[in-house]
Write a protein that binds this ligand. Structure first.
Ligand code: ZN
Length: 95
C-alpha cells in the first residue's frame, strides 16, 4: 500500500499526512498477508503442498492479493499427485 486507502494521498508512514487516517491496522494486515504468501512459497519449495495451500488460504483471508489468488488457482488446477511428482522431480534436479 503506497497510497492512502481513504483519500489516495501518498503514504510515508502509518498515518496519512493528507487526511490524517490511521492506517496502522490495514498496513499490518497487508504485511501479514504478504508474510503468509511467502510462507506458502517456502512450503511449495520443500514439496509440502498441503502446507502451501493452508498458508495461501490464510493469506487470502487477510487480503485478496492477485498473486496469492493466481498461485491458489494454479495449485488447485493441477492434480495433486502430478504436482507432487513434479516438485519432487524439481528437487532432485536442484540437488
Ligand atoms: Zn489520506
Amino acid at each position: 500500500m503506497e497510497r492512502c486507502s481513504v483519500c489516495k494521498g501518498r503514504l510515508k508512514d502509518n498515518t496519512c499526512s493528507r487526511c490524517g487516517a490511521d492506517l496502522a491496522i490495514p498496513l499490518t494486515i497487508e504485511q501479514q498477508a504478504a508474510s503468509k504468501l511467502h510462507q506458502a512459497l517456502e512450503q511449495l519449495s520443500i514439496g509440502n503442498l498441503e502446507g502451501a495451500v493452508l498458508e495461501i488460504e490464510r493469506s487470502l483471508q487477510l487480503k485478496r492479493e492477485p498473486l496469492a489468488l493466481a498461485l491458489y488457482g494454479f495449485i488447485n488446477s493441477i492434480p495433486l499427485s502430478k504436482l507432487q511428482m513434479d516438485v519432487l522431480g524439481m528437487r532432485e534436479v536442484l540437488q
